[in-house]
Design a protein around this ligand. Structure first.
Ligand SMILES: Cc1cc2nc3c(=O)[nH]c(=O)nc-3n(C[C@H](O)[C@H](O)[C@H](O)COP(=O)(O)OP(=O)(O)OC[C@H]3O[C@@H](n4cnc5c(N)ncnc54)[C@H](O)[C@@H]3O)c2cc1C
Length: 555
């Protein structure tokens, strides 16, 4: 089944006419996971998202599927174990999007250049392996100086004693969200992006029984009736709760913490594995992660009080990160002009109200709770553990549905549900890419890109090129994306704006090349969506403004 502007219209018609068991507010990874879990259990499910799927934090993460080595310092062993197990589940549920990767921690004679004493770090890695148990994807080991330099020729050899290597996973966050959304839709969930919750509807007992919402594209307002409502709006959690309840003595303080990332080209920073580099003299580190042919560096962790819809990276944050990277990779000499994009995400941390505690010390464990009016809220947690969080959230909703409405859910676990595109084994991806390149006359880079981003759905993208050979054209000279991906995004992944295509269905904006193909993408979308010349120009202008705000460094 496809997710398009037509199916969005059908979902909206359904939302106006029917009563749902569960209405989910928010289309990030948390909302997407909830929609899939609820639909899989046979519950009549609806999801609304005020912008695009993954437009919030879920497109701005470090893109790691991990247990979280750092949480060991806070003795959060259960949290780490959960992450490690879910990491392995995800590698099976979406093998096209998630892959295991080596992470390397350099060891220097100068102890200021080490995160902690190397023996302690090694003990941490030993524990990490132990907690993974049968879900381990590779045991840690020590490598020599020469081996470390082979992995990263620009690494500073002065005082380098060797390195520690361990394993974690890497993903493509916004594509993971869209694959979950598509899978939920295939299982019957009514799903619409660009629909905003405006207020809650209450029954005679003061319990939440639906919502008043606005279609952001037509400005039409309508009501959605639902027996249970779940708030999965991340850093907007308390704004949404305050629409329904007085939060003046509430103990669930939401404390948004900003994390920025920089993307640089792989020619400027030559790494084939991920690296963990400590910030000299500080108890923190940055990840350096090869991703989609570029390298992402991040992240920071600071309290945030600005506009939640458009967090951005500022010059001083960029300078700090570049200084840290140059201290370890001095021959790279990274300068601000090497940064091809800079982006910021907000962690929906829930704190006890102790603002003296650093944001890094606030637990990453998710919080699930029910307000007096029955509204369930779910926030915190990690991208990695979305499936488990969703399971717990729907368990709570199912109790409400059973007790108040006698609704029964099927005992289905999402552990068994392969995500859209995931029906291919990771070990077969490379051979399959070669087959596609030969049979379809596309470059091996394009074949690999299609398989790693869309999995088995790559065949639907290639089918579009059989109808129109021009859709095989690359969108850009230096990236493997082809024109057919734009058509697929519109017809099968509910892309409605240029940013949906360039920022979240493809990751061209993050890879720093969006302005070189924006006109081409606009032409292709205009053809599909019937945009006039005027509408097309408005769309390009809106994209440019969003891109400058969210992907360029604020001066
Ligand atoms: C810098 C950074 C790095 C991270 N790195 C990792 C990592 O490597 N691995 C990992 O596992 N986790 C990571 N995380 C954590 C992870 O990204 C988040 O926990 C997760 O993305 C939160 O998802 P969410 O769905 O709860 O929130 P969001 O993705 O923000 O989704 C909430 C959605 O609700 C919508 N919304 C808000 N108000 C309304 C309304 N009124 N009506 C309708 N919709 C509404 C918003 O538009 C938004 O799309 C990182 C987080 C940050 C900030």
């Amino acid at each position: 089944m496809n997710l398009s502007w037509q199916t969005r219209a059908q979902s909206i018609a359904q939302m106006k006419a029917e009563t749902f068991d569960i209405l989910i507010i928010g289309g990030g990874i948390t909302g997407a996971g909830l929609a899939l879990d609820a639909a899989a259990r046979g519950l009549k499910t609806a999801l609304i998202e005020k912008r695009d799927f993954a437009a919030g934090t879920s497109s701005r993460s470090t893109k790691l599927i991990h247990g979280g080595l750092r949480y060991l310092e806070h003795y959060d062993f259960a949290l780490v174990r959960e992450g490690l197990r879910e990491r392995t589940e995800l590698l099976t549920l979406a093998p096209h999007l998630d892959d295991p990767l080596e992470f390397v921690i350099p060891i220097y004679a100068d102890k200021r250049r080490n995160y902690d004493h190397p023996l302690l770090v090694r003990a941490g890695l030993f524990l990490y392996d132990l907690l993974a148990g049968k879900y381990n994807i590779g045991r840690h080991r020590r490598i020599s100086q020469a081996e470390a330099l082979q992995l990263a020729p620009q690494l500073d050899p002065r005082g380098l004693k060797g390195a520690l290597v361990y394993y974690d996973g890497r993903t493509n966050d916004s594509r993971l969200v869209i694959e979950i959304i598509k899978t939920a839709n295939e299982r019957g969930a009514a799903i619409a992006n660009y629909v905003r919750l405006v207020s809650f509807r209450k029954d005679v007992n003061g319990k939440v029984c639906g919502a008043q919402v606005t279609d952001e594209l037509t400005r039409e307002s309508f009501n959605v009736n639902a027996r249970a409502v779940i708030n999965a709006t991340g850093v907007w959690m308390n704004e949404v709760r305050s629409l329904s309840a007085d939060l003046s003595d509430d103990d669930k303080q939401l404390r948004p913490s900003k994390g920025i990332h920089l993307t640089v080209s792989a020619e400027r920073l030559n790494v084939t594995t991920a690296w963990l580099i400590p910030a000299i003299g500080e108890k923190r580190f940055y990840f350096v992660v090869p991703w989609e042919g570029r390298v992402n560096i991040g992240t920071t962790d600071t309290d945030y009080h600005g506009d939640k819809d458009a967090p951005g990276a500022v010059q001083s944050e960029v300078t700090n990160i570049l200084q840290a990277v140059n201290a370890y990779f001095p021959s790279a000499h990274l300068e601000p002009s090497d940064v091809i994009s800079a982006w910021a995400g907000l962690r929906p941390l829930i704190s006890s109200g102790n603002t003296k505690q650093a944001t890094t010390a606030v637990s990453r464990k998710e919080e699930i709770f029910t307000d007096r009016d029955g509204l369930i809220s779910l926030a915190g947690g990690k991208l990695t553990t979305y499936r488990l969080m969703a399971e717990r959230g729907i368990d709570l909703a199912v109790e409400q549905l059973r007790d108040h409405f006698g609704v029964q859910a099927k005992p289905v676990s999402t552990k068994q549900i392969i995500l859209s595109g995931g029906g291919i084994k990771r070990v077969d991806l490379e051979a399959h890419a070669h087959k596609i390149a030969r049979a379809e006359n596309v470059s091996i880079e394009t074949a690999r890109h299609l398989l790693h981003n869309y999995g088995t759905n790559a065949e639907h993208i290639l089918a579009l090129t059989h109808e129109d050979e021009a859709l095989k054209q690359p969108l850009l000279a230096d990236l493997p994306n082809i024109a057919a991906e734009v058509i697929y995004a519109v017809r099968a992944e509910s892309a409605l704006t240029i940013a949906d295509v360039l920022t979240r269905r493809t990751r061209i904006a993050m890879l720093g090349a969006a302005m070189n193909c924006v006109e081409k993408v606009a032409d292709l979308m205009a053809r599909e969506l019937g945009w006039s010349e005027e509408k097309k120009a408005q769309q390009i202008a809106a994209f440019r403004a969003e891109y400058e705000r969210e992907y360029l460094i604020a001066r």
